[in-house]
Design a protein around this ligand. Sequence first.
Ligand code: AMP
Ligand code: GLY
Length: 428
Amino acid sequence: MGDTVLVVGGGGREHALAWSLAQSPQVDEVLLAPGNAGTAVEPGCRNLDVKASDIEGVVAAAREHEVRLVVVGPEDPLVDGLVDACEVAGIPAFGPSAAAAQLEGSKSHCKAFLLEHGIPTGAAETFTDAEAARAHLATLDAVPVIKASGLAAGKGVIVAESKQEAADAIHDILVDGRFGAAGAEVLLEERLFGTEVSVLAFCDGTDFSVMPAAQDHKRLLDGDEGPNTGGMGAFHPSPIADDALLADVGRDVIAPTLAALAAEGRPYKGVLYAGMMLTASGPKVIEFNCRFGDPETQVVLPLLTSDLLDAFEACVTGTLAANQPTWADAAAATVVMASAGYPVSSAAPAAISGLADAATLGTTVFHAGTTAAGDDILATGGRVLAVTAVRPTLSEAAEAAHAGVDAITFEGAQRRTDIARATAEVRA
Ligand code: AMP
Ligand code: GLY
């Protein structure tokens, strides 16, 4: 008789987490709060009618179902203290406390932390007053990146090309309140140039274990054109994030961060995601996230050869050093399909066909913005599906993932055709 675990969230990342946990021999059932149309039919998984933002509801569901572990996918409930609430209720939960998750919850806090501890990052100044921010802008030689300090669903960063654009962004955020409370503070940050790489590590408060690197494609269109998105696809292995680079980031970024947080009495347990820029003067932190990436998770977890539940519990109990996750020496590619209008607007629901065909081609289809309607599965906005293929080589994985996407259709679907195919040109 196995146990029950509860995954919080409903995106492609959470489908991948649930899919991996359902393979654990220790797990009978994976519950999701709320999950999506994919997790509703995933073997060993069951959706609950509980929102990820409903902290009391999640704790009550975890109690009712006597879950062995709560796994929190998205950043908002982490920053809002879901893991702390579970701890108070005596329920083990994977993810950082609210105090540790402030590294993602407040970019001004994160910047101050990085600078205080000598962790490499770009210079920045924080403002709450638009006049003062614009006065500072006038003194800068280069155009800075403008950032709302709080959580803004990945939309709070404006990489301005001119001082006018930067001034407009300051006005939008501080005067017009475009991001609400998340924009009460604005950072004017030194723009970094180079290649972006994400380094993710399991952390148990003291020790860490870096995951295989997945390189994300953030722009909407082929050739890295168009607006920034949550991520249109990802792949492993990355030609850039080799073992030497991962070791450097572990030593220079992850280790000092864990040591400082532990010394401050807020040890970091969970996934620490370091968004790095490889600049001419070495790797620098662009931002920290306090969770798995989406779609990086859909690339990386299919490569895990040990039990994901063991990795999570090792982080919670501080025993990671003796329980290192193990990974397949293989390649993986994930291609995202998004609704018409993404990332700017939402589209009318559209019926999806070809899901079974994609599975027949040896791909795994993780759902995100999907809803079941009778026998139909509808695309209901944003990122809809993430199609993953694992193969011996990257080119085989890329071709298989794209073939899986070719088999799936819905009205207005957007996808990139160059994911994992043009790796030499990949940039932010
Ligand atoms: P974030 O939401 O912080 O991940 O930022 C979104 C994207 O904006 C990053 O992935 C980068 O492409 C870009 N960005 C953020 N900060 C900087 C920076 N200081 N210099 C250059 N690009 C940046
Ligand atoms: N793919 C980027 C992120 O999860 O933040």
